[in-house]
Design a protein around this ligand. Structure first.
Ligand SMILES: Nc1nc2c(ncn2[C@@H]2O[C@H](COP(=O)(O)OP(=O)(O)OP(=O)(O)O)[C@@H](O)[C@H]2O)c(=O)[nH]1
Length: 271
């Protein structure tokens, strides 16, 4: 594939455009005299050159990853935990979709910008769902491990993904994501049921907690790596699985300090 580097400067030397990855037909379009003298008349230089493979490799890849699944399964929470390292206990239904961007680095210094499309659970019957899913290289099928219905309904969500991609040569990487693992004691979807779904549908298998952050980065890393054909080592996977959670409790200050020491616990959990 031919890549062209195109750079445009104005009369003061400011870059109007400096970009690569143009296919030849785009360059033809740029060289047409479509621009007005006022907007681009002051152009000082246009340089066109090819990019070497190493320059090309150092550029960010953009991947579209969509999160789908029933309402309240935790899609927004996952996206927020991943992109902003935050978690909100309050449920606020996503209407339509939300959009997040996050840059990650995969082994081999491969920079990847993930476009995370958080699709509202109520979109399942809507007209826009196929448009949201279209073009996604990665799909996270999210369910709540404490809600069996959210797992059962994934058949419908996956059906939609297959329908959107039925004419496509390249199929998206699909991952089954069991969320809310911090509520293990309330689990209603057995782990072997989860694994069977993965085997039957050829999906990646992930368990996460958006609340604690457990395995959330790993989840996105694995999907991105799989899309790009990058292999993550065991050490790399363990690294992105790690969670450091510290909870400091503010106790009243007027107690006897010796009693405070005996009665109060500070929670600091390193996983
Ligand atoms: N305990 C626990 N609660 C979670 C977790 N993830 C999400 N929640 C809670 O579950 C509720 C729903 O989370 P959302 O992220 O809004 O769910 P959603 O899938 O985006 O829902 P829709 O917008 O309706 O599609 C919220 O109250 C979250 O705080 C988790 O890992 N553990």
């Amino acid at each position: 594939m031919v890549h062209i580097q195109l750079q445009l400067q104005d009369e003061h030397g400011a870059w109007l455009l400096s970009a690569g990855h143009f296919n030849l037909y785009l360059i033809r379009f740029v060289s047409c005299p479509y621009h007005s003298p006022t907007s681009l008349g002051a152009l000082r230089s246009v340089s066109v050159g090819t990019m070497s493979d190493s320059e090309e490799d150092s550029r960010d890849r953009q991947l579209k990853v969509v999160l789908i699944g029933d309402g309240a399964s935790g899609k927004t929470s996952l996206a927020t935990r991943f992109a902003q390292e935050a978690f909100g206990k309050q449920y606020k239904q996503t209407i339509g979709l939300d959009f997040f961007l996050k840059r990650i680095t995969l082994p081999g210094n491969l920079n990847v910008t993930l476009q995370v499309w958080d699709i509202g659970g109520q979109s399942i019957g809507g007209k826009m769902l196929d448009k949201y899913i279209y073009g996604a290289q990665g799909v996270l099928l999210v369910y709540d491990i404490t809600n069996y219905q959210s797992f059962e309904n994934l058949e419908d969500w996956l059906g939609m993904v297959k329908k959107v991609n039925e004419d496509s040569d390249v199929q998206p990487v699909v991952a089954l994501v069991g969320n809310k693992t911090d509520l293990e004691h309330m689990r209603t979807v057995k782990a072997d049921r989860h694994q069977r779904f993965c085997q039957e549908n050829g999906t990646l298998s992930l368990f996460v907690s958006a609340k604690t952050g457990d395995s959330v980065s790993l989840c996105f890393q694995r999907v991105a790596a799989d899309i790009l054909g990058v292999k993550l080592t065991k050490a790399e996977m363990e690294q992105s699985q790690k969670v450091v959670r510290a909870e400091l409790v503010d106790y009243p200050h007027d107690e006897d300090p010796s009693r405070q020491e005996a009665n109060h616990s500070k929670v600091c959990c390193v996983q």
